[in-house]
Design a protein around this ligand. Structure first.
Ligand code: PLP
Length: 447
C-alpha cells in the first residue's frame, strides 16, 4: 500500500475545470442591486480585473493556468494525496480513506491557490494594491503572501475579535509585508461611523467587507479580492479535484464518496466539481458538502437572490442563504461562519448532484482529535467537519469496502486555542434556530 501519492511533473495539470457549462439547468446571473438587471462586467470593473470577471462568467469548460501561477504554486503543488490507513485501523473499517492535504501551502490552507491566481490577474492589468477583508485570518494571510510575490501592496481589514484572538495570523500577514488593521477601523467612513457609535465594536465580516470595498473605490491603484463564494474562486480551486483524480488513478482507485467542508463553498467545489462529469456520465459517486449545524446554509437556508454582505453593498447572488443580516454564532470554525453559499455549490445541490449535511462542533473536534492522534496532522477546525463526515461514512457499514476521499483544507497550528477550549469543556453545540431563518426570509431583497 502506498501511503503518500505524489503526482510526477509529467502529470502536472495545466488547465482549470469550470463546472458551470456542465450544470444541466444552468445558473442565474448576479444582479445589479439598484436595477435588478443582470450585472455587466463593465459595472464590476472598478472592483475586479477583467481577467477574473471573464472567468466569473466563462462559458469554457477548461481554462489555461498561466505559467506564472504554476511557478509559484510549485512551492507546494501538486499537493499530496495521503491514505489515512492509521485512521482506518483505529476505526476498524474496510473502507479506504484518502485525504487531499492542502495544509502544505505557505499560509496553511487551500486559500493560497486562489490568492496567487487573483494577485496574478490584478498585476497583469497594472493594479498596484489589493484591499480585502479577513475573518479568522486564513484568507488575509494567503493574499498577503500572494500580493508580495507579485510586488503589490495589500491592505487587510481583519474582524476585530479575530484580530485580538488570533494574533499570529496578524504576525503572518505582517511578515509577508501586508498592512493589517482591526475592523472597524478609523481608515474608512464605515469604520469611523461604527467606531463613533461603539468604540469597542467586535466588528463583523459584513463591516470588514464594506471597509475593503470603500477603500477600493476611493483609490485608483486598488482593487478588491474575495477568498471564496465567487465563480472564479471555485474555478481556481478545481486544481484540488483535478489532481485527486490523477492521483487516485495512479494507484488504481476510483472514489465512491468525495467530501469537503463548506463555508463559502470554494474548497468543496474545488475537490468535488471535477467529479461532476463522472456523475453526469452515470458513474456511482456521491459528493458530500459538510457545514456546521450552527450555520446551516445548505441544509436549512433559502434558495434566493441575496446580498453577499451585511450592509447590502454587493451584487445580488442566487444562492442558498440564511439572510444577509445573519449574526454568526461564536463557533470555532471561523472559516465556515458565512450566511451565503457559492452560487456554483448552490446549483449543484439544487440539481441533486451533491448532498449536504450539517454536523455539530463537538463531534467535529472529536473527529479532529482522532485524526491528529492517528495521522499526526492537527486539522483546522473547518476541516474537522469533512473528517467527521468521512469517519461517519466509513462506519455506516464497516465491513463494506468503499473508497472515501476528503479534502483536508488546512492545518490547525494557529487554531490551537480552539482545541484548548474543546479540551477544557468550554465548547458547546449550537443549533441555528428555525425562527431566525423565518425572520431572515422577510429581509431578502425583492427581485
Ligand atoms: C476559509 C476556509 C474554509 C472555508 O472556506 P470555503 O470557501 O468553503 O472553502 C475551509 N477550510 C479552511 C482551512 C479555511 O481556511
Amino acid at each position: 500500500m502506498k501511503k503518500m501519492i505524489l503526482l510526477p511533473d509529467s502529470e502536472r495539470i495545466t488547465q482549470w475545470y469550470n463546472v458551470m457549462p456542465d450544470i444541466p439547468n444552468g445558473m442565474l446571473p448576479p444582479l445589479n442591486p439598484a436595477t435588478k438587471e443582470p450585472l455587466t462586467p463593465e459595472l464590476m470593473a472598478p472592483i475586479f480585473p477583467m481577467g477574473l470577471l471573464e472567468q466569473e462568467m466563462s462559458p469554457h469548460r477548461f481554462i489555461d493556468i498561466p505559467e506564472e501561477i504554476q511557478d509559484i504554486w510549485s512551492i507546494w503543488r501538486p499537493s499530496p494525496l495521503i491514505r489515512a490507513n492509521f485512521l482506518e485501523e483505529k476505526l476498524g473499517t474496510r473502507a479506504k480513506i484518502f485525504f487531499k492535504y492542502e495544509g502544505v501551502s505557505p499560509s496553511g490552507s487551500h486559500k493560497t491557490n486562489s490568492a496567487v491566481a487573483q494577485a496574478y490577474y490584478n498585476k497583469r492589468e497594472g493594479v498596484k494594491r489589493l484591499a480585502t477583508e479577513t475573518g479568522a485570518g486564513q484568507w488575509g494571510s494567503a493574499l498577503a503572501f500572494a500580493t508580495h510575490k507579485f510586488g503589490m501592496e495589500c491592505k487587510v481589514y481583519m474582524v476585530r475579535v479575530s484580530y485580538d484572538q488570533k494574533p499570529y495570523r496578524k504576525s503572518m500577514m505582517n511578515t509577508y509585508g501586508a498592512t493589517t488593521v482591526a475592523s472597524p477601523s478609523p481608515d474608512t467612513p464605515t469604520g469611523r461611523r461604527i467606531l463613533a457609535a461603539d468604540p469597542n465594536s467586535n466588528g463583523s465580516l459584513g463591516i470588514a467587507i464594506s471597509e475593503a470595498l470603500e477603500d477600493t473605490v476611493s483609490r485608483e491603484d486598488t482593487k478588491y479580492a474575495l477568498g471564496s463564494v465567487l465563480n472564479h474562486v471555485c474555478i481556481h480551486q478545481s486544481i484540488i479535484g483535478l489532481e485527486v483524480k490523477k492521483q487516485l488513478a495512479m494507484v488504481g482507485e476510483t472514489a465512491d464518496i468525495v467530501i469537503g467542508c463548506c463555508g463559502g463553498g470554494s474548497n468543496f467545489a474545488g475537490i468535488a466539481a471535477p467529479f461532476v462529469t463522472d456523475k453526469l456520465e452515470g458513474k456511482k459517486i456521491r459528493l458530500i458538502g459538510v457545514e456546521p449545524a450552527s450555520c446551516p446554509t445548505l441544509t436549512k437556508g433559502i434558495y434566493a437572490y441575496d446580498f453577499g454582505d451585511v450592509s447590502s453593498m454587493t451584487p445580488l447572488l442566487y444562492m442558498y442563504t440564511l439572510g444577509h443580516d445573519f449574526m454568526p454564532p461564536g463557533i470555532h470554525a471561523g472559516g465556515l461562519r458565512y450566511h451565503g453559499m457559492s452560487p456554483i455549490v448552490s446549483a449543484l445541490l439544487r440539481e441533486n448532484l451533491m448532498e449536504a449535511r450539517a454536523v455539530h462542533q463537538m463531534e467535529c473536534f472529536e473527529a479532529g482529535v482522532m485524526f491528529a492522534q492517528t495521522e499526526g496532522i492537527i486539522p483546522a477546525p473547518e476541516s474537522c467537519h469533512a473528517i467527521r463526515a468521512a469517519i461517519d461514512e466509513a462506519m455506516v457499514d464497516p465491513k463494506e469496502p468503499k473508497t472515501i476521499v476528503f479534502n483536508l483544507s488546512g492545518h490547525g497550528m494557529l487554531d490551537l486555542s480552539s482545541y484548548d477550549k474543546y479540551f477544557s469543556g468550554d465548547l458547546h453545540n449550537y443549533e441555528y434556530p428555525e425562527a431566525a431563518i423565518e425572520e431572515a426570509k422577510k429581509h431578502l431583497p425583492v427581485v
